[in-house]
Design a protein around this ligand. Sequence first.
Ligand code: IMP
Ligand code: ZN
Length: 363
Amino acid sequence: MYPSMWSNVSFEMEEFCKILPKIELHAHVNGSISAETMEKIIHNKDLVGVDMLKLNKWIHSVKKGEKKNLDETFEMFKIMHQLVTDTDTVSMVTYDVIKEFANDNVRYLELRSTPRDVPSTGMTKQSYVEAVLQAIEKCMQENVKIIVRFLLSVDRSRGVNVAMETVQLAKQFKESSKGIVIGVDLSGNPNVGDMNDFVPVLKEAKNAGLKLALHIAERTNHVEESALLLSIPPDRIGHGTFLHPEVGGRQDLVDMTQKYNIPIETCLTSNVLGRTVPSFDKHHFKYWYDKKHPCIVCTDDKGLMLTSSSAEYIIVSNTFHFTKQQLYDISFNSIDCIFENDKIKDELRSQWETSKNFLDLQK
Ligand code: IMP
Ligand code: ZN
């Protein structure tokens, strides 16, 4: 985390953001791996072919607050994928990521990850998903205070056939995972892939009862593509950075987002570091918040971006001068946006109500 980015926040507000119960709905497993977990992997493994120099340089420069563009970020994912190549490591990193979110008082977490096969270790896409589910199961057995659900990610740079394979896998696990696999995410390098090819595949997932969380309008000049993806419509939007006309989007994209009431997963640090948003105060979170449109405060890749759920709330508080009550409301209202049923939503709402006893919202 970068203290320089939120140094104006009072100690009291910082503590508040930490103890505030939170919802995390946009977290990629391999981008969320913390430095501590990375050290464990490095210690445990024979790391032939992994560019550790690049990885260490990244961590060092992010710690200094240096910004990275999206292409540099995607280079880092390749290195993370070289580190996580077998099912034991997939389980271990997923377990650690869940525990870290739970320790940060995230009470409900939707993780997402791209199933990968690595023939040299025997890992298949199927066993990759099983390894993630094993970690979730382990946390449940240990009564870790967090509910975890899982979305399978379609990486748009891997082509439409792989996308179809991922959707089939998601359909299969939706039936067999006792409600843990609940949806499909569309992510990957936004400059690659023609979404005309992907829409039928995404629609198939939706028709099968899977929820859709799609990265949309992450870059400029994707107006037509954004309109196409919004027309499905998805159940949530990832980023939605360039939807509105003031930043080069289009009014009809705003209208569609509002008409279908599609919540937006906003990731402030990720966008500022990725240089798609010039500064926190220019972040589109405020545009949608002012419209009373559902927005969730999310981390995206907490490991690579050295952030956390509470750090993102601290940034929101610092940037927009929100009160504790406003931060509580953002967190509470995020419950409406989870891909779960009313029973679980009500359980969470009552946890939030209880938390008011120690949150001291008026001060
Ligand atoms: P994984 O799916 O668990 O391996 O997490 C890393 C992957 O998430 C990357 O390879 C990308 O496909 C995807 N991802 C993470 N952050 C972003 C983002 O900001 N935009 C688009 N895709 C992303
Ligand atoms: Zn993302």
